[in-house]
Design a protein around this ligand. Structure first.
Ligand code: SDX
Length: 439
């Protein structure tokens, strides 16, 4: 223990190198909620050793005030507000303000924020040409990644990350333009004309409009689908220091511009172990085909040699139900009922798979529960969103989380360039041998 100025004992952790008289005392830091952290910044200087934590399962990479997750209790808070209450009572634009600014907006703040986002949804007209460079069958995540990164080529007035106003405008531009780019990537893939954003529609309605409207006839918003889309966007908006957010923070720590950082986050989200899982769940259910094939599939999952994962299950942090999965499952039932879809074989199969897995010791012993991706794809399919657009939709939602975390990083006076170390197990020092003398 060390002491504070008032004499109160400050918690510490002492590390001793066995077989030596060398030890060091590290501060034990506590946040508002969650586990305390051992501040190891002086460990290498004092003892000459690194810590080793591949995948960062036990490492706090930063201090943040944005999102809190309790994986054992299945709790998710955005700026302290439970995700269940936000999903039920708020909407995506208000949640975006909350994540960015830290507090729920009053009426005039919300109106101003909505206006700022709405009036940044259009793209520079020259950006249209970027799409022509892609094959029609390009994965929309490839297009999204490329075009978002290219925004940096159009906003030179927005690249000074040390200027608060430029950071604010970059945030508006990214939150507002990513849905337009995402929708245009889809339109490009089906050979339909791009639909320009409409300022009279809400964020979710506008996204669905740009995805589904055609110039040949009037478009009618479906309030059920708009509400479901808005809720899905809220559920995916942020999630602590996940792989793509950590990618954005690492890129941001070098001083890279926000468009490049978000493009890096999109690339990381694409992986099937992360944001690509919603697309992989639908592919998995399609390959299983019918409920009677589930037991054989579960057998393959348990056979390590089969290298088969139950997509949409498991999570690095949640060792209980992902609270988003529960909301998503309820929303799935609501949307299907409101759309008059009586029986959706994919939903029946997903629910049967969930029932079987939650009774099987392989999954129970490993604390594998449905995560946010397990049901989202079924809703999106019911809403007419094509499977290859599922992860794109995840990126549309997560952009505000990435931007909020990037902003917090840049505004943190303690932030430094991210530069992890390693344990080296390669060749020891050795001399060069001329090719004529090699075997
Ligand atoms: C997201 O981090 C975030 O917050 C991400 C996210 C967000 O909002 O940003 O929540 C979004 O990415 C959700 C996760 C979507 N991914 C999937 O659904 C893909 C399937 N899930 C797995 O790939 C896996 O569960 C991970 C990647 C999600 C978590 O991997 P971990 O924490 O490294 O888990 P692990 O490999 O340590 O698993 C422990 C055991 C292992 O078995 P043993 O070696 O102990 O025998 O559980 C097994 C794993 O093989 N396991 C699975 C499994 N997930 C883990 N076995 C079968 N199916 C699975 N899905």
């Amino acid at each position: 223990m060390s002491s504070t100025a008032s004499g109160a004992a400050k918690p510490t952790v002492t590390v001793t190198l066995d077989g030596t008289n060398r030890s060091t005392t590290l501060p034990l830091l506590s946040g508002t909620l969650g586990p305390a952290v051992a501040d190891i910044r002086k460990l290498y200087g004092d003892l000459g050793v690194f810590t080793f934590d591949p995948g960062y399962g036990a490492t706090a990479s930063c201090e943040s005030k944005i999102t809190y997750i309790d994986g054992d209790a299945g709790v998710l808070l955005y700026r302290g507000y439970p995700i269940e209450q936000l999903a039920e009572q708020s909407d995506f634009t208000e949640v975006a303000y909350l994540l960015l600014e830290g507090e729920l907006p009053n009426a005039s703040q919300l109106a101003e924020f909505r206006k700022n986002v709405t009036y940044h949804t259009m793209l520079h007209e020259q950006l249209r040409r970027f799409f022509d460079g892609f094959r029609r069958d390009a994965h929309p995540m490839a297009i999204l990644c490329g075009v978002v990164g290219a925004l940096a080529a159009f906003y030179h007035d927005n690249l000074d990350i040390n200027d608060a106003r430029q950071r604010e405008v970059a945030a508006f531009r990214l939150i507002a333009k990513v849905p337009t780019i995402a929708a245009w990537a889809y339109k490009y893939s089906i050979g339909q004309p791009f639909m320009y954003p409409r300022n009279d529609l809400s964020y979710a309605e506008n996204f669905l409009y740009m995805l589904n409207a055609v110039p040949a006839e009037p478009y009618v918003s479906n309030p059920i689908l708009s509400r479901a889309m808005d809720r899905i966007l809220v559920l995916h908006a942020d999630h602590e220091q996940n792989a793509s957010t950590s990618t954005v923070r690492l890129a941001g720590s070098t001083g890279a511009n926000p468009f490049a950082c978000v493009a890096a986050g999109i690339a990381a989200l694409w992986g099937p172990a992360h944001g690509g899982a919603n697309e992989a769940v639908l592919k998995m259910l399609g390959e299983i085909g019918k409920p009677e094939n589930i037991p054989e599939f579960i057998r393959q999952v348990k056979d390590k040699n089969a290298h088969t994962k139950l997509m949409g299950f498991g999570h690095r942090v949640y060792k209980n139900f992902d609270p988003r999965a529960k909301i998503m499952k309820d929303t799935c039932h609501e949307v299907l009922a409101e759309l008059g879809i009586k029986d959706e074989p994919l939903l029946d199969m997903a629910m049967e798979m969930e029932r079987i897995a939650l009774e099987d010791d392989y999954f129970v012993s490993r604390k594998l529960y449905p995560n946010v991706d397990f049901y989202s794809g079924i809703i999106l399919k019911a809403m007419g969103i094509p499977t290859h657009m599922f992860t794109v939709l995840f990126a549309v939602a997560r952009t505000v989380g990435w931007v909020s975390q990037w902003k917090e990083l840049i505004e943190d006076p303690a932030q430094r360039i991210g530069r992890p170390r390693q344990i080296y197990s390669g060749a020891p020092t050795r001399d060069y041998v001329a090719v004529s003398r090699r075997d």
